[in-house]
Design a binder for this molecule. Sequence first.
Ligand SMILES: [Zn+2]
Length: 320
Amino acid sequence: MQISRWLLPALSAAAGPFSANGAQAASDNGFAVDHAKYANRAVLPDFTAADCPTNPRALTQIKGNLYCHTTGAGLAVHSGLVLITAEGALVIDPAMTCTAGWLRDEIRQRFHVGVKYVVYTHAHTDHISGAQVFQRDGAIVVANKRALEPIVGEKLPAALPDRVFDKDMTITLGGETVQLHYVAPSHSDSLTMVLFPKYKALQCTDVCQSKSMPYNDFLDFYYPGWIETLDWVAAQDVDVIDIGHYSPGTKADVVAERDYMVDLHQQVLDLARNGQSWDQLYRNVHFSDQVKTWTAFDSMHTLNVMGMYRWVSNHRRGEW
Ligand SMILES: [Zn+2]
């Protein structure tokens, strides 16, 4: 629980099923955020707002009413699941303001519905930018309550959430059920798992991988909760996992990633306990042949060691 005291008065209990025009059954059990408390909050310039006509973008069917949107190219691609229902769409992490308008129009033209909900996976601006485009049209922006403090404190130029939750939240939309769950601090302390039970699909952004390396030096990182989160994912009845980047993965990919993280942690801990300095240690970490084939191995592996070295160094005390 990292939320600042001064934010707490802004939260109030949900008043029951949401109803936009009195005729719809869309509902959720989140808590309303009082935007008046933050009416004049400072925000930084939006680095994703400039026109980007050549930036790749797509909305691709996963199965049934479940789709995946992507924006960006190559290693910069960001993604999120999109649920289409007769009552409106639910979009996870628009990611870029400059393609959010395209996504809104694409959903409207192909499916003749607006966007009813935007869900944030966590309070990192490279995933949540663009939500204000949907919020202006009346979409409800949802996040874990722990996302509020960094969004405000870091002056992130993304929509302030309208509704938040602590451990679990359920959204009912067009007869479909979407389950939001908070496991533990892992990649940020606001990471939300978004489960689509009917489709056996899960949004697990940044902490889950798909034959790909975790990003750089594990910024905003909590090792025990990362493993706890991967264990939670492995226990779910899912066969499609969107990881917020690249291509969707599977539970087998998540299990392989867990093995990698546990092995990396143990190697770095053992080397640190042997008294090795960073300059010695990073040269002595070994990677399996499987891991060496993962996306971005060359650019990420030494940074991964750095991130784990930092975590280990901050969480041990030997004889001194
Ligand atoms: Zn992130």
